[in-house]
Every structure is written in C-alpha cells, then in structure tokens.
Design a protein around this ligand. Structure first.
Ligand code: NAP
Length: 323
C-alpha cells in the first residue's frame, strides 16, 4: 500500500526525516532557498501534508489548491503569520506550529541583543578590529547598566515569560503589557502589569517585544511610541519585523530620540544591504536567528514532524493552531 505524500520545503535534521519516513512518502525540496510559490501550490494539490518554514506563504491560493488533498500543514516555527488560518479552517486543513521548545533559546537571544547594545559589544568588537584601540581610557565606550534598570516586556507569552525570568537574574525591575493580565505570574515573578502600553513605554529603560504578529500588533511601535520612549531607552525585537515601523525607528535612532535598538527581525526580511538604518552605530541586527541553536532547531524539526505523524496515525496532534 502506498503511503500518503508529504512535501518538506527545506532540508531538515535526520531525526525529523525518520519520523516522517515511518508514516509518509516524503519529498524534500533539495535547495537552500525556499521553493517557488508555484511549486508549493502544486504540492498542495498532490500531498496530504506540507512541512513548511516561515518563508513559505501558505495563503488562500495554496489552501484552495489543496482543498481536496491537503489535510495538515506543520510550520517549522512557533510564529505562523505566513499562514492564512481563516481559509485553512474553512477548508478543514489543520495548521500546526512548534511552541515551547524554542522559548528559552529565543529569550537568550533577546538578552544577548539587549547586552550587545547596552554594553557596546558589537561597537567594541568593531573598535578593536578597526585599530582604534590604541590606549585604555576610562570613558571608552561607556554603556548602560542592565542591573537595576526598568524592563517593559510587551507580550507576556511563552517567550516573554522566559525574558522575565532572565531579567530577574539580571536584577531588573520588570513590568509587562499584554492582551490579558496574568495575576498568577505577577505574584510568582514579582512583575507589574501596565494596562496602557504608552504608560509602560514612557518609564522603560529597556523594551523587549515578544508579541505575536497580527493586525493589532502591526506597527505597534511607530513615531508616537518612539517619541514616548526615554532618550536613554533601548528597544529589542525578537518577535516579528513588522511590529516595528522601521522608517520611524530609523528616524528615532538617527536623531538620538532613543539610545538604541537591537533586532533579530526586520521589515522586510532580509533587510536590504543599502537600508540607511544599517549605517547607524546605535543599531544592532541579526538575521532572524532567535531559535537558531543546534539543539533547538532539532527539537523544532522533531516537533513539526510529530504533528504530521500524529495526524496520519489518527492521534491527538501536539500543536495544532486551529483544531
Ligand atoms: P505566545 O506564547 O503566543 O505569546 C505571544 C503573546 O503576545 C501572548 O502572550 C499574547 O498575549 C501577546 N499579544 C498578542 N497580541 C497582543 C497585543 N495586541 N498586545 C499585546 N500583547 C499581545 O508566543 P511565543 O511562543 O511567546 O512567541 C511569540 C512570537 O515570537 C511568535 O509569534 C514569533 O512571531 C516570535 N518568534 C520569533 C523567533 C525568532 O527567531 N526571532 C523565534 C520564536 C518566536 P496574551 O497571552 O495576553 O493574550
């Protein structure tokens, strides 16, 4: 008996391939870059499952193409703003992600970015490499203390919580803004809730963005929000690029309205090489590597594969978004 077909849009760790191989006939896109959209549309019509990444747009066209064949799509990520969930739900297609396994790793990067701006780690590295370190001076590259500073976490979900836990270790004063208030976490962690985002922004020394990307969070940070931030404040974004309006961020950084920004995500991605923000020293950027550790990527691939395996074995799907 032939096995159901699953199309995998990137080369994935062997452990995840083994899981899929036991239950499906898998075809793996062999190239480093994402498959063209026409390929995904065609595969949706031929396969029962798609194993995707955040670069693959699983939009209404793909889901319409798969209306008679496609039953499950599993993203190799926790974020799923590349999915048209409404159309998938209408067509009875189960959409999945990989929550939890990457929360620690992504929170680690948020802190790495925060430190890299606050303590001039990237600037210091450039300073040494470019031969500017000719003598020791007490005011060379003075940064800002994280210890004792106010941190605003925007979006207290899985990753936001891990950012808070790290911030406690760093001796920060933590407050958060989220859709829903979390009294149990306030008590457990000693953190405070701000109902109005602006109130949080105005008193923060550091801001960590950890919300999901949706219509409500698109350009959540723009001109007004940067005007509200302290001149000494630093913003870190490890969530999604479009949550920050990059043009307003550029202006705020250029005019020293805020002290710095460190982001793992940009709008667009990849950020064009000639984007003016890349010329600013108070800006640090990494190429969307929040969950990119060897251990975590393996766990994510296994989790994404297990979603498809569970569907094919008629078991409870570990991480379904819409069922
Ligand atoms: P999560 O547990 O769903 O947390 C997201 C939080 O966002 C939720 O707690 C939610 O609040 C909050 N939220 C949603 N809309 C909001 C709004 N309008 N205003 C304020 N808060 C709002 O997700 P997660 O696992 O922590 O992941 C968060 C995001 O990080 C993902 O969606 C993904 O885009 C991004 N991410 C990026 C990387 C990377 O490589 N850089 C890696 C992993 C994840 P309530 O709980 O209060 O409703």
């Amino acid at each position: 008996m032939s096995l159901p077909k699953v199309f995998v849009t990137r080369i994935i760790p062997p452990e995840a391939q083994e899981i899929l191989n036991r239950v499906a006939e898998i075809e793996i896109w062999p190239q480093d870059t994402k498959p063209p959209q026409e390929v995904i549309i065609q595969k949706a019509a031929e396969c029962i499952g798609l194993f995707t990444t955040i670069e693959d747009q699983i939009n209404s066209e793909v889901l319409q193409s798969g209306k008679d064949s496609l039953k499950i799509v599993s993203n190799y990520a926790v974020g799923y703003d590349n999915f048209d969930i409404d159309t998938a739900t209408k067509n009875g297609i189960i959409m999945c992600n990989t929550p939890d396994v990457l929360s620690q790793t992504t929170a680690d990067l948020a802190f790495g970015l925060m430190l890299s701006i606050a303590r001039n780690i990237v600037k210091g590295d450039n300073f040494v490499r470019s031969g500017k370190w000719t003598h020791w001076h007490p005011s060379t590259l003075l940064g800002r203390d994280i210890y004792g500073a106010n941190l605003l976490v925007v979006g207290l979900g899985r990753i936001g919580l891990e950012v808070c836990r790290r911030a406690i270790g760093f001796g920060m004063e933590i407050f958060y803004h989220s859709r829903t208030r979390k009294l149990n976490l306030e008590k457990e962690l000693g953190i405070n809730y701000v109902s109005k985002l602006k109130d949080g922004i105005s008193k923060a020394d550091f801001i960590s963005i950890n919300t999901i990307m949706n219509d409500q969070t698109y350009h959540l940070f723009g001109k007004e929000e940067f005007n509200t931030m302290k001149n000494s404040a630093i913003i870190v974004n490890t969530a999604r690029g479009p949550i920050i309006d990059m043009e307003s961020l550029y202006e705020a950084l250029k005019n020293n309205q805020i002290a710095g920004a460190a982001v793992d995500v940009t709008e667009p991605e990849p950020i064009p090489n000639n984007h003016p923000i890349l010329s600013l020293e108070n800006f640090v950027v990494t190429p969307h590597i929040g969950s990119a550790s060897i251990e975590t990527r393996k766990k994510m691939a296994i989790a994404a594969a297990k979603n498809i395996e569970a569907y094919l074995l008629k078991k409870t799907i570990p991480s379904s978004i819409n069922s």
